[in-house]
Structure formats: structure tokens, C-alpha cells
Design a protein around this ligand. Structure first.
Ligand code: AMP
Length: 216
């Protein structure tokens, strides 16, 4: 089949780190993504266009076939599930850790803990696995504020350098998962556009593995 492939990208830090990878396989957006208000971009590869989405929407677009492939953080796949998707490649970009964190010096002395996070499924699973009773509170941002304001004892959040935590009087405690961005593929696209999809996976794999210029 010769239909155009659509690759859904996660805006923000992941997008910034994905574009150089794509450039190395000869794929460049025809408009400047950083300055454009568009959400769909044709590329230097006639058979491929890009859409730029919120990370949590990428698996939905790919699962339902509105996009054939996607680039999304492993944290999103762990939290929202990866059913209906192939995950053929760890792009090894936007690396960080999903961690628990608390006020500096706070220690769990038994009993229930209150946990604020946007990763409610991951948090529930983590504390259940440890046998700790956790009341998980869903927040949409600024998780590091919750312990300072006594909304919660702990948070579950993404940590890179740990500077955000330290600036708010907190410290990282336990690592739940190492996170990086993944290439995901719609299962039907893997069949009906097999050659184009596997070519892109192969090219990106070569770049990730340090194989240099993989355009073919
Ligand atoms: P840091 O202060 O370096 O630990 O970064 C912490 C904040 O940066 C987190 O609360 C996230 O919002 C954001 N962040 C860091 N790394 C990533 C990443 N790979 N993907 C998405 N957000 C990130």
C-alpha cells in the first residue's frame, strides 16, 4: 500500500529530542515546528507526515489508527496502558526516572500514606506491591507543592536532575521505573504499511544504536 504514514509526536521536551533523530534519517518537517501554530506537518519524506500532540493523546491516536506510529514517554504507556500497540523501539531520549519523593527527612513510620500524583495507576500499583496502604490523590501539575502544603506525604513524579524537588524542600526516595521515549506502532499499520513502517523502525534503530546516517 502506498498511503502516507502519519507519525504522532509528543510536544515539549520529547519533541525537541525527537526532531534531531528524524533529521538523521533524512526526515525534516517542511515548516518550522517550533514557531508554527500548525499541528500537522508535511516532511521532506513525501510518504510521511507528522502530527504534534500532548503525550497522553499519542497512544489514543495510534491505537485507533488516526496515526500509524507515535513517539511517547514510557511513563504515559505505563500509566495509560499500551494495549493495541506494538512498542518496537526504545529511542533512548528524554530519559528520566519515575520516583517517589517526600519532604526532606520524611520517613514512613507505618500506617496509611497520602500520595499526590498525576500517575495514579502507577502509584496505586507501586504501593500495593509494597503492601503499603496508600490514598492516591490525582493532581494535574505542580506535584512538588503537595507535601509542602500538607496535602500529601509523598508524591510520584518524573525526576531528571532532582533540582525541582530540592528547590521545594523535597528529596527523591524510591525509583519506580526508568523512563525514556518509545516508538509505538498501530497493529494494523504494521500489516497494511509493513514496508514503510519497518523501514522507519530500521532506520531509527540504526541511529539509536549509533549507526550514524541510516537513511536508505
Ligand atoms: P528535574 O528538576 O531535572 O528533576 O526535572 C523535573 C521536572 O522536569 C519534572 O517534574 C518533569 O515535569 C520535567 N521532566 C524532566 N525530565 C522529563 C522528561 N524526560 N519528560 C518529561 N518531563 C520531564
Amino acid at each position: 500500500m502506498t498511503d502516507k504514514l502519519t507519525l504522532a509526536l509528543t510536544k515539549g521536551r520529547i519533541l525537541k529530542e525527537t526532531l534531531p533523530l528524524l533529521a538523521r534519517v533524512g526526515i525534516e518537517p517542511l515548516d518550522d515546528i517550533a514557531s508554527s501554530r500548525k499541528l500537522v506537518f508535511e516532511t521532506s519524506r513525501a510518504g510521511l507526515r507528522l502530527v504534534v500532540l500532548r503525550g497522553t493523546d499519542v497512544p489514543t491516536y495510534v491505537r485507533l489508527g488516526a496515526a500509524d506510529l507515535g513517539v511517547v514517554g514510557k511513563d504515559v504507556l505505563l500509566e495509560h496502558g499500551a494495549e493495541g500497540l506494538y512498542e518496537p523501539l526504545d529511542l533512548q531520549i528524554a530519559r528520566c526516572r519515575l520516583m517517589t519523593a517526600g519532604r526532606a527527612g520524611w520517613r514512613h513510620t507505618g500506617g496509611r500514606v497520602r500520595v499526590a500524583t498525576k500517575f495514579v495507576n502507577i502509584a496505586r500499583e507501586h504501593f500495593a506491591r509494597k503492601g503499603v496502604n496508600a490514598d492516591v490523590i490525582k493532581l494535574y501539575g505542580a506535584m512538588e507543592l503537595a507535601p509542602a502544603m500538607h496535602l500529601a506525604d509523598l508524591i510520584v513524579d518524573i525526576v531528571d536532575t532532582g533540582n525541582t524537588l530540592r528547590a521545594n524542600g523535597m528529596e527523591p526516595l524510591e525509583e519506580i521505573a526508568a523512563i525514556s521515549s518509545r516508538l509505538v506502532v498501530n497493529k494494523a499499520a504494521m500489516r497494511h504499511s509493513h514496508d514503510a513502517v519497518t523501514r522507519l523502525v530500521r532506520e531509527l534503530s540504526a541511529v539509536v544504536a549509533g549507526g550514524g546516517d541510516a537513511a536508505a
